[in-house]
Design a protein around this ligand. Structure first.
Ligand code: NAP
Length: 332
């Protein structure tokens, strides 16, 4: 039997399990010349999928109702009539939330699980690692001795941003949602300081305490009031790297935030959003650094791996509750 997860409803506010439909069918996959059959091994769940579940205009097309949801997947080739793939190969790519599927192989990359676990290709050696490296370097333009603040710091992107910041000689402050995550930032990932935004009485004052010389780079994964608090602490020529805004992805009304313009003018500061695909030509360079630092032990990572195909929607919803540390992945 094969299982598939379809988008049943466009979520209103926070997604719920009833927005997804599970379909089980007889496994009767046949392939033509040039095609392969894939068996899903790991599925990546990511906050940006929330945007694709709505029908608002965006940089990627919306998912269609009653069609399979897609995300980053690691799969095993179990049958091949394509000269580029052999049975037993592992591949990474954007694939359907299905236990098995037919593919032409287009857009798939072969991955090697002999030196790093295959799941790493969905995180540190995948989209989130590239996002951390390229967002920080291309927009943040870090210089040793500067101060970097990272929100969503204990997640897949944020935990790598902070570590790269340390490698590059920055003073790094992470903002995350639990004391356990703050301990992890400092003890496992080498951040200089951490702020728990759920218990802080004044996030702006706590940033000031941790960064008495002000903030030169802000890597923003969350938006909303946390990012407002950072604005009060930015330095002249600060760079704000707008990677994501998870705190407002489920909003049903336009979020109310403070006006950023006076802060930008007063500090000659830059605020720039980006999409990782903007930097596709730089992926090889980024990958070289990420895999090199990983092999040298300068970078490390953590994953929250949950088991079972049926848990995919819940794992996705849990991102909005902060249930993950590092990359959230479902093992099939
Ligand atoms: P992640 O950080 O691993 O997971 C999401 C985390 O967000 C949760 O663990 C939670 O941690 C935090 N969070 C959830 N609701 C929040 C809220 N209301 N306020 C503050 N924090 C909240 O996810 P990721 O894959 O690394 O993605 C991080 C951000 O980068 C997302 O906004 C994503 O859309 C964006 N992104 C952008 C690109 C791009 O190309 N621009 C690429 C990849 C990812 P706490 O416990 O700390 O709350």
């Amino acid at each position: 039997m094969t299982k598939t997860i379809l988008l049943k409803n466009r979520p209103e506010g926070k997604p719920s399990i009833s927005d997804f439909e599970f379909v089980t069918e007889e496994a009767d996959l046949k392939i033509n010349q040039g095609e392969i059959i894939l068996e899903t091994i790991y599925v990546s769940v990511d906050p940006y999928l929330r945007g694709r579940m709505s029908d608002a205009k965006s940089y990627v097309p919306s998912f269609q109702l009653n069609k399979p949801i897609q995300s980053g997947v690691i799969a095993k080739v179990i049958a091949s009539k394509n000269n580029n793939f052999t049975e037993g190969d592992f591949v990474s790519g954007m694939l359907d939330w299905k236990t098995q599927q037919v593919s032409t192989g287009e857009g798939l990359l072969k991955v090697d699980g002999s030196k790093v676990p295959l799941s790493a290709y969905l995180g540190i050696l995948g989209m989130t690692g590239l996002t951390a490296y390229l967002g920080l370097n291309q927009i943040g333009k870090p210089k040793a001795g500067e101060t970097l603040v990272v929100s969503g710091a204990a997640g897949a992107v944020g935990s790598i941003v902070g570590q790269i910041g340390k490698i590059l000689g920055l003073n790094v402050i992470g903002i995350a949602g639990t004391d356990e995550k703050i301990e992890m930032l400092k003890n496992k990932f080498g951040f200089d300081a951490g702020i728990n935004y759920n218990t802080s009485k004044d996030i702006s004052a706590d940033i000031k305490k941790a960064a008495p010389n002000g903030v030169d780079i802000y890597f923003d994964n969350v938006g909303g009031p946390i990012s407002d608090a950072v604005l009060f602490n930015i330095n002249k020529f600060a760079r704000m790297v707008i990677c994501g805004a998870i705190s407002v992805y489920n909003n049903t009304e336009i979020p109310k935030s403070i006006s950023v313009q006076p802060f930008l003018v007063r500090n000659s500061a830059l605020m720039q959003g980006f999409i990782i695909s903007n930097y596709a030509e730089k992926f090889p360079e980024a990958m070289k650094h990420l895999s090199g630092w990983l092999a040298e032990g300068k970078l490390t990572y953590t994953e929250t791996i949950v088991d079972g195909f049926d848990t995919i929607p819940n794992a996705f919803i849990d991102l909005f509750e902060g249930k993950n540390k590092g990359k959230m992945i479902v093992k099939i």
